[in-house]
Design a protein around this ligand. Sequence first.
Ligand SMILES: NC(=O)C1=CN([C@@H]2O[C@H](COP(=O)(O)OP(=O)(O)OC[C@H]3O[C@@H](n4cnc5c(N)ncnc54)[C@H](O)[C@@H]3O)[C@@H](O)[C@H]2O)[C@@H](O)CC1
Ligand SMILES: [K+]
Length: 500
Amino acid sequence: MRIELLSPAEMGEADKRAIEAGPFDGIGLMHNAGAAIAREVLARYPAAGPVHVLCGPGNNGGDGYVVARLLAESGAAVSLWASGPPRAGSDAAIAAAECPLEPLPLADFSAAPGSIVVDALYGAGLSKPLDGEAARAVERVAGLGLPVVAVDLPSGISGDSGRATGPAFYAELTVTFARKKPGHLLMPGRGHCGEVVVADIGIGDAVIGGLQVRTFENGPALWLTALPVPDVDTHKYRRGHVGVFSGGPASTGAARLSALAAARSGAGAVTVLSPANALMVNAAHLTSIMLRKIDDTAELEAFLAERRPSALVLGPGFGVGEKARDFALAVLGAQGGVEGLVLDADGLTAFRQQPDLLFAAAAPKDGPALVLTPHDGEFARLFPDLATDEVLSKPERARKAAARCHGIVIAKGPDTVIAAPDGRAAINANGAPWLATAGSGDVLAGLVAGLLAQGMPAFEAACAAVWMHAEAGSHFGPGLIAEDLPLALVPVLRALIAEP
Ligand SMILES: NC(=O)C1=CN([C@@H]2O[C@H](COP(=O)(O)OP(=O)(O)OC[C@H]3O[C@@H](n4cnc5c(N)ncnc54)[C@H](O)[C@@H]3O)[C@@H](O)[C@H]2O)[C@@H](O)CC1
Ligand SMILES: [K+]
């Protein structure tokens, strides 16, 4: 698996352990890093004009000296601009000494149109916003519209959080080492990186494996083996039964979108649980999906006992209030059979005054799994302190929220993060802007429930649902509305199930 995302601290540790393990020492790794970047520059810009390499004072700058030397050796016209000499005795100082080019002061940086910029100012060591000559260099490069190849990370972007606390380069290509970092996938970092290439610089899989990394890029490698595939002799109720709570007569569509998605995900049976006054509206729009009247907790408990649904969705179009809270707590307190509850939209907002009530109900280990699917606004309603903590990255926020609510948190957005109470987190990177459409979240909630109902573990189910949902949206593309999504899941599922 190469889906681990290394924080800058973990990457530093990987460097250290790789050096201890050999065969490469620090300067050896730096030579490999520089060579990988030079190779990409030569391959992608074969007819390039002059290349301007901007070097910072640390080891990111060290990589830059190697790139400048190798490009010059290959016959390219190279200018070297440095913010100052590297620290004596560092690997960067060795790389600078090996580079025959005379560095020019970064403060004087200028370049003609048609040039290429290699950004080796700051990488994993970024500790404060870019200012002074580095900030001016970012401005000049942007003003000239020059293509930028970033070494490790575009300078100004945090590898941990993807945040830009000040000016930052916009790269066309970012070449990073061993594994991606969270900052390559989190916004706004992802938008600054351009294409991201991961170069092997001699840090082995065994070294990475020894780090016990808890952050991953979301993709099939993370959950494919847990994806439910029906046995030949299966029965519809063995494929899981999903119940989706419907809102009143004027807001039933959201529940049906969830129900359809649950059905398309492979759940054997799906029932829309409707208040009496919305039964006719729901009945007029449902065919293979079943319908049952539920107006109060007693009717809900009877349904849970008789029909033994394996997962439920509460929230889409449901309305905010006591009924939402009572139903959610009744599901979480159900004895046996219920694998999970997906709480979305109104189901989340309903607990804004008393989130602890919800979190306590999800605490028992043998109870149904809780999956929350908040967008930023809903997240802030349930976890106001975490939402306003500017120090935390999005994965750290989601992790803390997951631990607090004893459930899986799907923190939605262009860089959706899925986190588990045990500290695992996955960052989704196949999101498509087409998904920003009304009802898209209802489909996601149904999809999670459909996978949960088929026995997929909650973290894996949440990760798989987010990825498949995004994949379906990207495949469909322009014109997508939420009604299209359940059917657009079919080719995505087919391709996954066909994978060896
Ligand atoms: N042996 C190794 O450790 C290897 C490191 N590599 C490179 O080394 C980089 C990390 O090197 P460093 O840890 O030296 O860190 P950087 O080169 O990113 O930063 C160097 C130093 O600059 C200072 N600094 C940070 N942000 C600043 C700002 N905005 N303005 C002014 N000064 C600032 C800090 O004191 C920081 O330690 C990686 O990104 C990668 O490019 C690669 O060569 C692979 C091998
Ligand atoms: K950089």
